[in-house]
Write a protein that binds this ligand. Structure first.
Ligand code: GTP
Ligand code: MG
Length: 205
């Protein structure tokens, strides 16, 4: 699946702009600056597909990417990857943040073809209170999610191991959480093949 082409489809700013639910989809959620857009690029092997930035709050829309054969009639599986705006970023005006949050919340709770949320956690910070809020929301909506640690290159192996264990322990409290934790780095590509395999397994061929 990940050997196939991946193209930007559209940026969504309101629920009515969402594309038809004709393909399964996987969404990337997490705090601002956690590395969502970088991870989409690492997974698809495209350096500049999703826009990344040092400035938290870079991604302001639900960005849809279509992964799979180029044409509708092409053979083989396809899916949408959805790069979500981040949460927990306070510098924007409050109404703006709330508007994104409302859109993301409605999206996460009402998208029938959403196969899995990839919930990104910065390995340097571990699970934060707003991550727990999102986990509880996904538990309530019965949307299954996978915790993925980002920026693993920033930690020593022994430190990373501790964060993986603490995160796994946290997930036990959450019914919709997949039990596994994948540590990744968009820089060294650690964990990328494993995450590709996880996502590929969600798509019927
Ligand atoms: P928002 O769209 O603002 O919510 O951010 P985002 O979660 O999409 O983060 P983005 O991918 O834009 O990355 C934020 C910053 O973290 C950028 O400066 C990236 O270069 C950096 N970054 C992302 N992934 C990694 C990683 O695996 N390792 C390191 N060292 N830096 C990373
Ligand atoms: Mg982004």
């Amino acid at each position: 699946l990940f050997a196939q082409a991946c193209d930007f489809l559209l940026g969504v700013v309101s629920m009515k702009q969402l594309p038809p639910m004709d393909l399964p989809e996987v969404a990337f959620a997490g705090r601002s600056n956690v590395g969502k857009s970088s991870l989409v690029n690492a997974l698809t092997g495209r350096k500049t597909l999703a826009r990344t930035s040092n400035t938290p709050g870079r991604t302001k829309e639900l960005n849809y990417f279509r992964l799979g054969p180029h044409t509708e009639s092409g053979e083989g599986p396809a899916l949408y990857l959805v790069d979500l705006p981040g949460y927990g970023y306070a510098r924007e005006t409050k109404t703006r943040v709330e508007a994104w949050t409302d859109l993301v919340m409605s999206y996460l709770q009402g998208r029938a073809n959403l196969q899995r949320v990839i919930l990104l956690i910065d390995s340097r910070h571990g699970v934060k209170p707003n991550d727990r809020e999102v986990m509880s929301l996904l538990d309530k909506a019965a949307v299954s999610y996978l915790a993925v640690l980002t920026k693993a290159d920033k930690l020593k192996p022994s430190e990373l191991k501790k964060v993986v264990e603490a995160t796994a322990a946290e997930l036990k409290k959450h019914p919709a959480a997949h039990p596994e934790v994948i540590a990744t780095s968009s820089v060294t590509k650690e964990g990328i093949a494993e995450l590709r395999a996880h996502i590929t397994a969600l798509v019927p061929d």
